[in-house]
Design a protein around this ligand. Structure first.
Ligand code: ADP
Length: 326
């Protein structure tokens, strides 16, 4: 359902010389949702985000926010705010002055901007460190400050460019939960660029998969994962086998691929066995269809373990097989 505050891209295009980085992308981002823009390096994610933020000129098309085309407005007048990958904090300013910076630029008096900054620091749980300098903060703390600094402008859309990539894996998962909490609490749209499918699945109400400058598929995290439209999406989201069966490309969930010693199904030879904790990944070469993987629950696998070179028969229920458009 459309609402007044939705963000809409209309045939949005970015060209750098002869390179088309974003190719006539049209898409509606529902207001108040957590959206992840997902895709491999070079697919056009950052260019899209930077055009929305106003840090990159639009070559063609429009960016509609709250009913008006913002594509020619200066960044500060768009109703968007951006949080950068490297946080870009001012090293010579204290935490509270970093957060208050954009209000200072707008001419807001010191007591008022410090009051607003303190409120933002409260929101990201950093009130106790208001007087520190950025160099005295951990990576995770710097990220919270960068968030507070972006949110103080009360944007309708917060743009996040690979916000978790500088953190170690442990902190990344903690900050991921924190971002989700903030988005729910504020009720604004978060548009988060990532190349990590696990990050997108964990966070997004809507996943938008980009490839070669266009949107390949968009939908809820579950829909995109369970029903990929194309071979690219199936492979990029992971967890799927792409098989050519009866001349048609199909995707089959690896964890729904059952293995037996004999019986009905696709005959194959075991080419690899990899213990992954909860599952064992069994690599197979089918007599038709190509190479594929069965993710077998650990206990099932060890009840009758397959070894390299063993013959196996793979089977699945038809609902776990999806035809791919390309
Ligand atoms: P992503 O964020 O998905 O990695 P980008 O939007 O950064 O992708 O880049 C998309 C394409 O545009 C790539 O081919 C990249 O090399 C090119 N590109 C990005 N920025 C520039 C630039 N400033 N000048 C020329 N080409 C660029």
């Amino acid at each position: 359902m459309r609402t007044l505050l939705d963000l809409e891209l209309v045939a949005l295009t970015k060209r750098y010389g002869s390179t088309v980085a974003v190719d006539a992308v049209s898409h509606l981002f529902p207001s108040g949702s957590y959206v992840c823009l997902l895709g491999p390096s070079g697919c056009g994610k950052s260019s899209t985000l930077r055009m929305i933020a106003g840090h990159e000129a639009v070559s063609d098309g429009a960016i509609i926010l709250a009913g008006k085309d913002i594509s020619k407005l200066p960044p500060a007048q768009r109703g968007t705010a951006m949080m950068f990958q490297n946080y870009a904090l001012f090293p010579h300013l204290s935490v509270i002055d970093n957060v208050a910076f954009s209000l200072k630029m707008k001419g807001v008096e010191k007591p008022e901007r410090h009051r607003a900054a303190a409120e933002m620091l409260e929101l990201v749980d950093m009130a106790a460190l208001a007087q520190r300098m950025p160099a005295q903060l951990s990576g995770g703390q710097q990220q919270r400050i960068a968030l507070a600094r972006a949110l103080i402008t009360k944007p309708q859309v917060l743009l996040l460019d690979e916000p978790l990539s500088a953190l170690d894996p442990f902190l990344r998962i903690r900050m991921r939960a924190e971002l989700k909490r903030l988005q729910r609490e504020l009720g604004i749209t978060f548009l988060h660029v990532t190349h990590g499918q696990d990050e997108a699945l964990a966070l997004a109400d809507q996943v938008v998969v980009m490839n070669n400058a266009v949107i390949e598929q968009a939908g809820s995290a579950r829909d995109v994962f369970n029903a990929p439209n194309t071979e690219f999406v199936a492979r990029f989201m992971g967890g799927h086998n792409v098989l050519t069966l009866a001349g048609q490309k199909q995707a089959l969930r690896a964890d729904r691929t059952r293995l037996a010693r004999s019986g009905e199904g696709l005959p194959a030879t075991v080419t690899s066995v990899e213990f992954q904790g909860a599952h064992v990944a069994v690599g197979l070469s089918g007599t038709t269809g190509g190479e594929f993987t069965a993710l077998v629950p650990e206990a099932d696998f060890y009840a009758d373990p397959f070894a390299l070179g063993d013959a196996a028969v793979a089977a699945w229920s038809p609902q776990h097989l999806h035809s791919l458009a390309k």
